[in-house]
Structure formats: structure tokens, C-alpha cells
Ligand binder design. Structure first.
Ligand SMILES: CC(C)(COP(=O)(O)OP(=O)(O)OC[C@H]1O[C@@H](n2cnc3c(N)ncnc32)[C@H](O)[C@@H]1OP(=O)(O)O)[C@@H](O)C(=O)NCCC(=O)NCCS
Length: 214
């Protein structure tokens, strides 16, 4: 019932082509510090409304010196099988991150999925392609049964990504998370292995929104 950690980490998912370019999902690494810091600081206005409240200065929280501790703790969690922390590259360039978190085994076999894409790479199917690939990995080699994502109702772009990759909106969770300085309602969206009759990437290929490269 359970995918062995050694079978699913480290993972590198590659070969999917979307309108913005060729996608690669690969493990976070220490050498991402400067790119992570520069991108996260530049993207503050787009990210802050949808991410957990940051009480210190955004620039301090995302200084390059903060990356090694964060990266090492994520990689340690990945080795224990509870996190899948990946960078999204488009044509080899750092374009964002996508993560499976709180991977639960036993009777739940579940995880949440979260992601962000930098402004210059948005609108070209990057998030949709990345989520589709990670969903297929979760229901394939990781053998999970359920994935969930929580999204603010006003986040139309993220809701479109989740719908395109097979997530159903199952309800509104009032005051779910402290985001951008206040408790915010979130929609709970879910997809299960049983819903996954047609793999998420296959659905994108069939609708012409992605193709395999090479
Ligand atoms: C949400 C986000 C990940 C989308 O990334 P992206 O690479 O641009 O996503 P895609 O191009 O794959 O898909 C975006 C979809 O949203 C749609 N969209 C974009 N802006 C929209 C808007 N204002 N209203 C409605 N739909 C919108 C696009 O048309 C597209 O749908 P389509 O493929 O059916 O046309 C990115 O904008 C982001 O990082 N936002 C900030 C962080 C965030 O919201 N993270 C998710 C938290 S749940």
C-alpha cells in the first residue's frame, strides 16, 4: 500500500512541454539561495496575498542567508518521506516551487500540494503542467490516495490550475489560515486516486495544453 521513500525521493520530473517552455521539477538545493531570494523578494506583491502571514520584513525573511537552513530542513523532511520539495524550472531557468507536504501514511495516504510561479513565467501553463506531473507522481510511485489544496476564493488563477488538474472544490473552510495579516477563508479542493482514472498529464496532452518534448 505504501510507496517506499527510497523509491520516490529524490525525484526529478521532466520532459513536459507547455506554452511557456520545457518543465523540469527537481529537488531544492543549497545553490538555489540567490535565485530563491531574488525571485521571492521581487515577487512579494504577487505572493503575499496568498501565503501565510510573514511578520518580519519580507526581504529579511527571504534573504539568501535564510535559504540553507530552510533547504536543509526540507531535504531532511524529504528523506523521511513527509515532504516533496521541488523547484520548477522552465527551459532550465528558476521559475518557482511546488511542494507536497504533510505526507501521511497508514490509513490516510494523503498530502497537501502548494506552489508558486514567478511573474515572468505565468500565463503559460507552468503551474498547470507542474501540478499535473506531481499529482501523477503522488498517485503513481508514491501510491497516495488523496491530495488536497486550499485556495483563497479570490485566487482565480490558482482555482483554474486546480480544476484543470482534477481537483474538486468540496467546501469553504472559514478563517482557515492566517494570510496577509488576517484569518482568511479558504476553499478546500480534493482529488483522489479513484478520480484519477485518466492521469492528470494525460488530460493536458489530450486537450492540447501540453506535449512531451523530444
Ligand atoms: C496561481 C499561479 C501559481 C498560476 O501560475 P501560472 O503558471 O500562471 O498558471 P497556468 O498558466 O498554468 O494557469 C493559470 C490559469 O489561470 C487563469 N487565470 C489567470 N489569471 C486569472 C484571473 N485573474 N481570473 C481567472 N482566471 C485567471 C489562466 O487563464 C489559466 O487558466 P487556463 O489555462 O484555463 O486559461 C501563479 O499566478 C502564482 O504563483 N500566484 C501567486 C501564488 C499562488 O497563488 N499560489 C497558489 C496558492 S493556492
Amino acid at each position: 500500500m505504501t510507496g517506499r521513500v527510497a523509491d520516490v525521493w529524490p525525484v526529478r520530473l521532466t520532459g513536459l512541454q507547455v506554452a511557456a517552455g520545457a518543465l523540469t521539477l527537481r529537488p531544492v538545493r543549497l545553490s538555489d539561495a540567490r535565485r530563491w531570494s531574488r525571485t521571492r523578494i521581487a515577487e512579494e506583491p504577487r505572493l503575499r496575498p496568498f501565503e501565510a502571514t510573514v511578520t518580519e520584513r519580507w526581504a529579511d525573511r527571504h534573504a539568501a542567508v535564510r535559504w540553507p537552513a530552510l533547504c536543509l530542513s526540507q531535504r531532511s523532511a524529504a528523506r523521511r518521506g513527509v515532504l516533496v520539495p521541488l523547484v520548477i524550472e522552465v527551459d532550465g531557468k528558476y521559475a518557482g516551487q511546488i511542494t507536497l507536504g504533510n505526507v501521511m501514511r497508514g490509513p490516510l495516504q494523503s498530502a497537501w500540494i502548494g506552489y508558486w510561479v514567478a511573474g515572468p513565467f505565468t500565463g503559460g501553463g507552468v503551474a498547470t503542467g507542474a501540478v499535473a506531473q506531481l499529482v501523477d507522481h503522488a498517485f503513481g510511485p508514491m501510491r497516495l490516495n488523496r491530495l488536497e489544496a486550499t485556495v483563497r476564493p479570490e485566487n482565480a488563477a490558482s482555482r483554474a490550475v486546480l480544476t484543470a488538474t482534477g481537483f474538486d472544490e468540496v467546501g469553504l473552510i472559514p478563517r482557515y489560515m492566517h494570510v496577509d495579516g488576517a484569518w482568511r477563508d479558504h476553499l478546500l479542493t480534493v482529488t483522489t486516486a479513484d478520480d484519477h482514472g485518466e492521469a492528470a498529464v494525460a488530460r493536458l496532452l489530450r486537450s492540447g495544453r501540453a506535449r512531451w518534448s523530444g
